[in-house]
Design a protein around this ligand. Structure first.
Ligand SMILES: Nc1ncnc2c1ncn2[C@@H]1O[C@H](COP(=O)(O)OP(=O)(O)OP(=O)(O)O)[C@@H](O)[C@H]1O
Length: 239
């Protein structure tokens, strides 16, 4: 079993305060993993540490088996990071955004590859030449995912990817993430959405105030039970 992301006894401090305490989890190749927690639990801090923007005070983070601190560039090259609000240009179309950001990354793609990526995220063909300022948030999110696919990064880090999306767009997004994991991408999604985490993830780790307080695994070909996770999240026994 290949582990693409690992946190081992990870402790992180911010402004002198311990905000992650002894966090241990791993993400396997081809797996969708959710790090679930409330506001201030330490989800973004974990992502920033995996990306090498914050250094562990103790413990280790590894990307593809290598300590992030030893080779930050390699870690970042393996990861496509989607922040909560996709940083794309409103005055450019989907196609133009992709062309621009790929050339900026030194990885230009053919028009054909761009269409294939937009197909795989199901962005309507008719909208592809329109400016992103005319797009819904769900459509912009699809363009951001298409960009991640074109970068061919094997690992996707998603920060609250469905906040601000309507229920139809959320369902579509969850299905897309499952499809990507099925196609071999490794996905780490951080979220406070219990339902979304259960829809998407093969495994969930629950963070509370910087500590990992619960772990859940989906049954084969099934989903993690939302009720059980919800109860753990709010801190009571499941009925
Ligand atoms: N720039 C910062 N400087 C100092 N402390 C910070 C900074 N950003 C976050 N923190 C603290 O680190 C802790 C974890 O915050 P973090 O942003 O990782 O949580 P989160 O789970 O992503 O929360 P949210 O869901 O609200 O985004 C919190 O106590 C927070 O106050």
């Amino acid at each position: 079993m290949t582990l693409v992301l690992e946190a081992e006894k990870l402790c992180v401090e911010r402004s002198g305060k311990r905000v992650l305490q002894d966090i241990t989890f791993d993400v396997r190749a081809g797996e969708a993993f959710a790090l679930l927690g409330g506001n201030g639990a330490g989800k973004s801090t974990t992502l920033l540490t995996l990306l090498g923007f914050l250094a562990p005070a103790a413990g280790t983070v590894r990307v593809n088996g290598r300590a992030v601190q030893d080779d930050v560039a390699a870690a970042r090259a393996a990861i496509a990071y989607l922040p909560e609000a996709a940083a794309l240009y409103g005055h450019l179309s989907a196609r133009e955004n992709l062309r621009y950001f790929l050339s900026l990354a030194g990885a230009p793609s053919s028009a054909e590859a761009i269409e294939t990526a937009l197909d795989s995220v199901s962005l309507e063909t008719a909208a592809r030449a329109n400016r992103l300022s005319e797009y819904s948030k769900g459509m912009r999110q699809k363009v951001a995912i298409a960009l991640a696919l074109l970068r061919e990064a094997p690992i996707l880090l998603l920060d609250e990817p469905t906040s601000g999306l309507d229920p139809v767009a959320i369902d579509e997004f969850h299905a897309l993430v499952r499809r990507l994991a099925g196609a071999g991408k490794s996905v780490l999604m951080v979220t406070h959405d219990v339902y979304g985490a259960c829809q998407v993830a093969h495994r969930i780790a629950l963070l509370r105030k910087g500590e990992l307080v619960g772990r859940f695994t989906a049954p084969e070909n099934g989903r993690i039970d939302t009720e059980v996770v919800h109860a753990a999240f709010v801190g009571r026994q499941a009925a």
